[in-house]
Each structure stands twice: as structure tokens, then as C-alpha cells.
Ligand binder design. Sequence first.
Ligand code: TRP
Ligand code: ZN
Length: 459
Amino acid sequence: MTLSRTFQRIAPIVAALLALSCVSGARFSPGSSGVGDPLYPGLGNGGYEVSHYTVSLDVDVDRNFISGSTGIQANAKKGLSSFNLDLRGLTITAISVNGLPATYTRDGNELTIVPSRPVPARASFQVDVAYEGQPSPDHVPSFGFPVGWIKYRTGIYAAGEPWGSSTWYPVNEHPSDKASYTLVLTVPEPYEVAGIGELTGVIDNGDSTTYTWEARDELASYLVGVAISRFDEIVVEGPQGVPILNMIQETIEEPVERHLENTSKMVGFFNDTFGPYPFESFGSIILDAPFAALETQTRPIYGFDILRLAGERVVAHELAHQWFGNLVTPATWEDMWLNEGFATYAEWLWLDYKSPNDEFAAFWENTWRPDYGPPGKPSPEAPFGQTVYQRGAMTLHALRTDIGDDAFFRTLREYVLRHAGGNVSTSDFVAVAEEVSGKNLDGLFRAWLYDDVTPSAPE
Ligand code: TRP
Ligand code: ZN
């Protein structure tokens, strides 16, 4: 049979297959409504990746009412007939995709957008969502503070971990999708806006002021932070020219300097220990609000009470997160011991560096307990439980005891270097530790991260 005869015979089949694939939407299909996170499967969305968010809001502070828009630049991972964003509450007034009006539906926290023209695979596209409303904070199981956009007595703050950012802007709310941000907030006189990254604009509109904060280094959505109040500023030059900008709410009367005076030294110590400080600046936002502390990228937010109680130990914790969690970000919430265990261990490292007198033995004594549960498998009912912090930190100390100081600190630096800007899982860390130490560490990590009972102290 000649080739052309063969073709004639199969041509109708090919045509039918092609038609079928178009009709069935193989070229364009909906993006999924969750990324299948093992702890929280509904978070985030599939089918695209965001590169930049521009959140522009007018804030009526007294009524706690926001209105404005969020512009999202994204890249399609496949042809999209529709796609989802995460948004909690608020009222949408208009949505466009690539400048053309789009239709949408809402179901709980899922916003499904149907563009008037489907988005081709690998295309970059622009989504603009106009909205308004009074944000409602959300709650995380067994966690003592609300998350999201929150009004308190003397201001407003927004703190996202793990799913609070969707209370004030539409977002692909999962740590696996990192993006850069422009935050443009207009607030009435006499309020000011503290944010992450760099303050690139302050426009006086008469009875209101527009603040633009640019976060150019990519970040996970749970690391976005802003606060609206009035602030005193303390600017310090950090090591290697890293500017340190501390924004302290004016109503705090007690001095905060003593908790911050070692920040520059701390950045220096962690530079030497983990690798160069990874972002354009550092600092803090300190609020007169009932709040814990969150490692918002470049500028952690603290409630003054925790700073007063925990002192520079909590500053060390949030600073260490800039490497562990922010620069190198867990791909799923199940691996968040890679954040909290490391940041907690960094507190120990800092205290030991400040006054070397066998701090580790004492920490170990005070911390060891048989019943933390496995830090590598935190419960969705208590994601920020003690196990990821304490047993997570003990896991690192057990590793250090096993492979020795030299291999341990080389492991930390190599892990940071190799995964800078990206997402990781526990196996990525284990791989680096095994490579650097030349040892099989399966047993050690299995026992420390996944056994129900806490292993006993390493010899
Ligand atoms: N990651 C925070 C820490 O440094 C804890 C935390 C999780 C948090 N979610 C939060 C703090 C929300 C404030 C608000 O350990
Ligand atoms: Zn932490």
C-alpha cells in the first residue's frame, strides 16, 4: 500500500480524533480549584502560575471598608477555558481577562473566572478584579490569633499565614506559587501604611495619602504583610549594606530599642551561618495589637506583647525565617517543620553564639517530651502545634550531633543555595544532608520526623 493510500484511509480517523479533542476541550480545560496540598487540599488553584500582583485599595479605616482592584499577571500552564482564584468574602464589581470582560461564579472561597477568550497554553495573561467590602478575618484550627485583614483598636493589619491573604485580595493562595507584589494603599489622614519590601511612593492627596510598597523578591502569599496606623521609624544600616527599617506604632510607650539593638549583629551572624541575607532589606513592624509574630517577607510583624516577653529571641526566629520559609519555601503545608523547626533552632544558635555556655544541653533538657507527635506529619487540626517548632528543632540538633558541626552547617548553606527562590520538600533537605555528610540518614530522619514517640537524645 502506498503512503498516500494509507493516509487516505486514516485521514477520516485523524479528523475525527482532532474534532473530538477540540470538542472535549483537550486544548482548553478548567484549571483545578485546589493544588491537592496534603494538609489542606482546597488551597490554591491549578493551571497557571502568578508572576506579579498589584493590589490597589482605598481603605476607609474607621468603617474597615476596602474598595479597589487587584491586577494579576500570570502564565498558563495549559490551555484554560476557566480558572480559579481564592477569595474570602467581599463583593466583586467587575473582572476582566486581558482587558476583556469575563464572567465569573463564586462558591465559598473559590472564585471561578471564565475569560471571554480561553487562555492558550504557556500564554501570559492579565486578570483584573475590582471589588469592595468589609474583610472578615478567618481562623486556623488550634491557633490563638485570627488570620487575614484585621481591624484592631488603633489600626488595621493584614497577616496571612496560612490562608489569610484571600480575605483582602484574590490570590492563588498556596506557598507553591510565589510572586512579586506592588501594594498601593490609600488611607485617610492621619494614617500611615507600613509594608514589605521598599516604600517607593507617598502621594499626598489632601485628605488622604497613597503609599506604594514594592516587594520585588518573589514571595508566597502567606508572607504578605501590611499595617495601617501611625509609626515611628528607626533605620539602621545592616551588614553588607542591607538597610534595616523598623516601623514602630506610635502608641507604644515603652522603648523597643533594646529588643532591636542586636538586629544588625544577628543578620551578620546568620549571613555567616546560612549564607548572605537574601532580600533587598530587613526590619520590623511592631504593633500595639494583640498579635503573635509573623515572618512577613523582609519586614516581620510583631505584637508588642510578644516582643516584650520573648525579646530578641523572637527577632532571631523571624529573621531566620527569611532564609528558611521565605527564600526556601515548603511546597506544601505538610513540610512546615522546614520553616518552624529551622527558625526555632536558629533561636538556639543565636543564644548560644551570644553566650556560649552549653545552651544546647539546657534547651534539650527543657524541650524533650515523648508526646509531641511527628513533625513531618502535622495534624490539619493543629498545624502550628509545638511539634513542628520544638521537635523540628530537635531533629536538626540530632542531625548535627550525628554528622558533626562541619557537615551540618555546610548542609544548611548548601540547602539554601541550591533551593534559593524555590519550593522544597523534606526529601530535598535529606538529600543535601546525605550528600554533604556522605551518610545514609534515612533512619535518623524517619525516627525524628515520622515516629509517634520522640526519639531519645542522641549520644
Ligand atoms: N509563622 C509564625 C511564627 O513565626 C506563626 C504564625 C502562623 C502566625 N500563622 C500566623 C503568626 C498568623 C501570626 C499570624 O512562628
Ligand atoms: Zn516561626
